[in-house]
Write a protein of this length. Structure first.
Ligand SMILES: *[C@@H]1O[C@H](CO)[C@@H](O)[C@H](O)[C@H]1NC(C)=O
Ligand SMILES: *[C@@H]1O[C@H](CO)[C@@H](O)[C@H](O)[C@H]1NC(C)=O
Ligand SMILES: *[C@@H]1O[C@H](CO)[C@@H](O)[C@H](O)[C@H]1NC(C)=O
Ligand SMILES: *[C@@H]1O[C@H](CO)[C@@H](O)[C@H](O)[C@H]1NC(C)=O
Length: 348
């Protein structure tokens, strides 16, 4: 996938106003074949455009792979299979095509996530979600209210057409974000991610996060689920809780933990981009860290994380779709859409 962005929306406005996202309730007691009907129907035209665009931007090799493997998803990942079958029917495509596009996040997204402790002890969590074709993707962002056992237990900033979650809040419990781990990611790795997705017991990372949001009733439970459960791809999952040291970047290999970095009595923030920055320098991590140090712990709050750090040069990307700032302790979850006023995508 190739992308050149022309106009960079680098000017942070002085006052931050959260975007008013469309809201959809997703009931996880309902079968995946009908759970997303209202959502997919609402976004039908944009979904058809997005699916078609991504489908034509991936190598034929992946399309063949998915055509062959799609039926296997029925047993191994019925959540993905039946929701993507429903999407395919609504927009008039093939199930293997929507399944393929649903897996695309594994190969094309970039992100920055931060968890910080304010001076008064409150934990806050913010992220940039960076994704190819931002001016198209931004129109698919919605707020999901996540319902389980008849109760809304969590919410997420989600992208229609993709199941699982990348940015979420389990009310009064924890916040979570997902960053792709790009180390050596090449074609054979991507095909390996797909193979892993079909191994029994393995969950795609975004569905592992979904499970945590649905089932983990404490920060510690969410951390251990994410540390130990097999995932289809190396990745970073970042969690924030409510107590002083509840903030962690979990670096995952597929079958095991790679490492963790947590808040402690003197470390008041942890941050992550898409690389193992402790092994080789990563300019975006360096810019993030420098901005945080300059902001100081006294100056850090949900708004300054967005305006002073995530929107700073070197951190904000031309393909950033949104910023989210959330806190389990404060019960807040604000999303700021970027890239919604211009179309800077040029496909080479
Ligand atoms: C910390 O400060 C923020 C306001 O910036 C406030 O909303 C939050 O409740 C405070 N936390 C505590 C524990 O007092
Ligand atoms: C892709 O990465 C794998 C390691 O995961 C490596 O074995 C392989 O040589 C790499 N291929 C290319 C073309 O770089
Ligand atoms: C973590 O991942 C890096 C990069 O693949 C690897 O070199 C290192 O050995 C891994 N560490 C552990 C403890 O698995
Ligand atoms: C951080 O502050 C120092 C000293 O005030 C300044 O020289 C530097 O440019 C600042 N860096 C950033 C990224 O704002």
């Amino acid at each position: 996938m190739y992308l050149l962005a022309l106009l960079l929306p680098l000017t942070a406005s002085a006052s931050l106003t959260p975007s008013d996202l469309p809201v959809f309730t997703l009931d996880f007691d309902e079968h995946p074949s009908t759970r997303y009907t209202a959502l997919f129907t609402h976004y039908k035209a944009q979904l058809l455009q997005m699916e078609t665009m991504f489908l034509h931007s991936v190598a034929p090799q992946y399309r063949d792979e998915f055509k062959e493997k799609a039926p296997l998803f029925k047993d191994h990942n019925p959540e993905a299979y039946y929701s993507m079958e429903a999407l395919a029917q609504i927009i008039g495509m093939e199930t293997h095509e929507t399944l393929l596009v649903n897996s695309i996040v594994d190969f094309s997204s970039w992100c920055t996530s931060i968890v910080a402790r304010m001076e008064n002890g409150t934990i806050i969590h913010a992220r940039n979600l960076d994704f190819d074709y931002p001016s198209m993707m931004v129109h698919l962002v919605y707020k999901a209210l996540i319902k389980k056992d008849g109760r809304i237990v969590a919410e997420a900033a989600a992208i229609a057409g993709y199941i699982g979650f990348y940015t979420g809040l389990r009310y009064d419990t924890f916040t979570v974000s997902y960053n792709v781990r790009m180390e050596r990611l090449n074609q054979s790795d991507i095909l390996k991610n797909i193979d892993y997705e079909l191994k029994s017991g393995v969950l795609p990372a975004q569905q592992l996060i979904q499970r945590a949001l649905l089932e983990s009733t404490s920060y510690d439970e969410a951390v251990s689920l994410i540390v130990y459960h097999p995932v289809n791809t190396p990745c970073y999952i970042i969690l924030g809780g409510k107590a002083r040291n509840e903030g962690i970047v979990i670096t995952r290999d597929r079958d095991r933990l790679n490492q963790t970095m947590s808040l402690n009595f003197k470390r008041w923030f942890v941050a992550q981009t898409n690389k193992d920055w402790w092994r080789a320098p990563d300019p975006r991590y360096q810019a993030t860290e420098e901005r945080l140090q300059n902001l100081t712990q006294a100056g850090v709050n949900p708004e300054s994380l967005v305006s002073e750090v995530l929107r700073a040069n070197g951190v904000l990307q031309s393909i950033t779709i949104f910023q989210a700032a959330m806190s389990a302790g404060m019960g807040t979850f604000d999303v700021y859409l970027i890239n919604d006023k211009q179309s800077g995508d040029v496909i080479a």
